[in-house]
Write a protein that binds this ligand. Structure first.
Ligand code: AMP
Length: 636
């Protein structure tokens, strides 16, 4: 067996040889001429000249050997539905969806925005886009009109696929009014909207624009839509992620590189084997959902579980608190993927739920999206008695940057560390201001990646190469390196420890949010003159957003009933604009915000005060009383 050290070294020193070997894990319609084109850094083109298709590799390819095997298991504890689609069934559904999209005018290169709950049709829509070469852009169903509108504006989709409603905790959440409002707010209007009617909420119909999937599916019941062979470098999808500005970034991925990266990660990292079942508890609206609910497991010939519902018992007593483990037992799940927050939620329940089911099929639980604290890791690892594997990555990378590649060599994990750099990632730690490489164990620096970035990594920001270069590749002086915007340290064994973001991005329950976006939303309240939002440590969610607002009429904040009412209004505003995920835990009113003399908000000082830490060097602060006010408010 190869040692991981050798495997990794080859990926960095001889990337062409390494990745042409990995490229054999997928099927190509036309072989590539060149493995890695890095002539124009930091832009990388992988497998130039080659032609393939994501949907072919995820679905059609398996028809020969496993047509009757489960491919997609769609379960909703909200509606009580449970349905298994074999690869053959999935092939049929995806072609029906592809034919419907084509009938609505979608052609290769067109964008299709998908705003859907966790239902099978969402996966059909993604795979159908991949099949016909349309670029999908999935927007998390928990986002509201404002977030959705900015994404419609940027992606300019020809068609939007959506549903009447999602459901959470037994309560239907109507999507259609949010979607209609978002389309009204956006200057770009889609030609058509394709709607799945789940019978959960009534829909106001826009004649000529809105179409019913339930009907089109019948029309195209026998559709035969072959896969469009795409250049390896053709765009497969964009997914929006938050940054330090209010405008979300469309992370753009290719076709061939991504397919190879996922196939390789399923083998070397997740160790998932054809015929087995993979269960990721994420949502299709996040990158984990793209890579490890839909594409990765299917490419590997595995069945994938798509679960709509809570992980624990809800107010309406649905589902029961052992639902995930019941699914593991029932579908003989071998590999599971979740987030630390979800485990912290489970931890509040009766621990006997972990031993009630037969979990002998499970080989490993992967956790990602936020730092994994030691008590949580220990609790779940002892409860399940399987390896708990932390993995660190970003929307931008598409697959893990740091973890343990147990499929190559079984190496020990260390509590608190997501692991070591994955093959293809030339990870370095650099000094924040000098850009010098840090080589002494234990030194804190910025985690960066030297180009060329591996297959599967973002190609660029949709429609904005300049922003891609300026945002990610220019933050370290005199060096062209990709910044993750995370602080890290490395120990003497080469294991990394992630210490949090260097920028104003926060991580609430594994969801990445930009504080600027929340501030912009709150500033929309007529009473708000100025606002600062920071992320504050939270035992359950990792971080929560905390807002400090200066009112136009400061006397309003003196009246506690009026202040409470305003706080409620602001929260509602954020709910309606961005979605409940972005709602601040508290909104406190102050008369001034702490700033530097040049007017820059001192967010890190505010955050430190909120977390009861020392606020650090404040010599550049303009008005010390402003920070004191925040201290007083937090103490209440
Ligand atoms: P997202 O793009 O939403 O997946 O967020 C990526 C960010 O989440 C990273 O830049 C980190 O700040 C954080 N993150 C993701 N996975 C981990 C992990 N395993 N440990 C620590 N932080 C993580």
């Amino acid at each position: 067996m190869t040692s991981y050290a050798d495997f990794y070294r080859q990926s960095i020193d001889q990337p062409d040889a390494f990745w042409s070997e990995q490229a054999k894990l997928i099927e190509w319609h036309k072989p590539f001429d060149r493995v890695c084109n890095y002539d124009n850094p930091p832009f990388v083109q992988w497998f130039e000249g080659g032609q393939t298709n994501l949907c072919h590799n995820a679905v059609d390819r398996h028809l020969a050997d496993r047509a009757g095997q489960a491919a997609l298991i769609a379960i909703s504890s909200e509606t009580g539905s449970e349905r298994t689609y074999t690869f053959q069934d999935l092939h049929g559904e995806v072609q029906r969806m592809a034919a419907s999209l084509k009938a609505l005018g979608v052609a290769k290169g067109d964008r299709v925005l998908i705003y859907m709950p966790m239902i099978a049709e969402a996966a059909f829509a993604m795979l159908a886009c991949a099949r016909i070469g349309a670029i999908h852009c999935v927007v998390f169903g928990g986002f509201a009109s404002g977030s959705l509108a900015s994404r419609i504006e940027d992606a300019a989709p020809k068609v939007i696929v959506s549903a009447d409603a999602g459901s959470r905790g037994g309560k239907a959440l109507a999507y259609k009014p949010l979607l209609d409002e978002a389309i009204r707010l956006s200057s770009h209007k889609p030609d058509a909207v394709l709607l799945v009617d789940r019978g959960l909420a009534s829909m106001e119909w826009v004649a000529g624009r809105d179409h019913l999937w339930n009907e089109l599916r019948e029309t195209h019941a026998d559709a035969h839509v072959p896969c469009e062979w795409l250049d390896s470098t053709a765009i497969s999808y964009t997914i929006y992620t938050s940054g330090t500005t209010g405008k979300p970034k469309g992370v753009q991925r290719d076709t061939g590189g991504y397919t190879v990266a996922l196939a390789a990660s399923m083998k070397h990292i997740f160790d998932g084997r054809a015929g087995e079942t993979f269960f990721s508890t994420s949502d299709i609206g996040w990158v984990v959902g793209h890579s490890y609910i839909v594409y990765g497991p299917l490419i590997a010939g595995m069945a994938t579980i798509m679960y709509e519902g809570l992980p624990t018992q809800g107010m309406d007593k649905q589902p029961h608190g052992g639902i995930w483990w019941e699914l593991v037992e029932k579908y003989r799940v071998t590999v599971m993927f979740s987030a630390p927050t979800a485990v912290r939620v489970l931890k509040r329940q009766d621990p006997a739920l972990l031993t009630k089911y037969d979990l002998s099929s499970l080989r490993a639980l992967f956790l990602a999206g936020e730092p994994l604290d030691e008590p949580t890791a220990r609790w779940i690892s002892e409860g399940l008695n399987v390896p708990i594997i932390d993995n660190y990555w970003q929307t931008e990378s598409g697959w893990p940057i740091l973890t343990i590649a147990n499929g190559v060599e079984k190496k020990p994990s260390k509590f608190g560390s997501p692991g070591i750099p994955m093959y293809g990632y030339n990870v370095k730690l650099l000094h924040e201001s000098t850009g010098e490489e840090l080589t002494v164990p234990g030194e804190k620096g910025v985690v960066v990646i030297e180009g060329p970035t591996p297959p599967g990594f973002m190609q660029t920001i949709w429609k904005d190469d300049k922003r891609f270069v300026d945002t990610y590749w220019k933050s370290v002086p005199s060096k062209l390196v990709y910044s993750t915007f995370d602080w890290g340290i490395r120990d003497a064994d080469g294991y990394y420890f992630i210490l949090g973001r260097t920028d104003d991005v926060i991580n609430v329950a594994g969801h990445r949010l930009g504080t600027r976006e929340i501030e912009e939303s709150i500033s929309g309240h007529p009473q708000v003159a100025e606002v600062a939002v920071v992320g504050v440590a939270d035992a359950l969610k990792g971080q929560v957003a905390m807002a400090f607002a200066v009112l136009k009429d400061s006397s309003l904040a003196q009246d506690s009933a009026a202040a409470l009412k305003l706080e409620g209004e602001i929260m509602k505003l954020v709910d309606g604009d961005l979605g409940a995920v972005a709602r601040p835990a508290r909104v406190r009113f102050v008369t001034a915000l702490p700033k530097t003399r040049s007017g820059k908000l001192l967010r890190r000082a505010i955050q430190a005060v909120c977390e009861g830490r020392d606020a650090g060097d404040l010599t550049t602060m303009d008005d010390p009383a402003a920070l004191q006010q925040i201290k007083d408010k937090v103490a209440v």
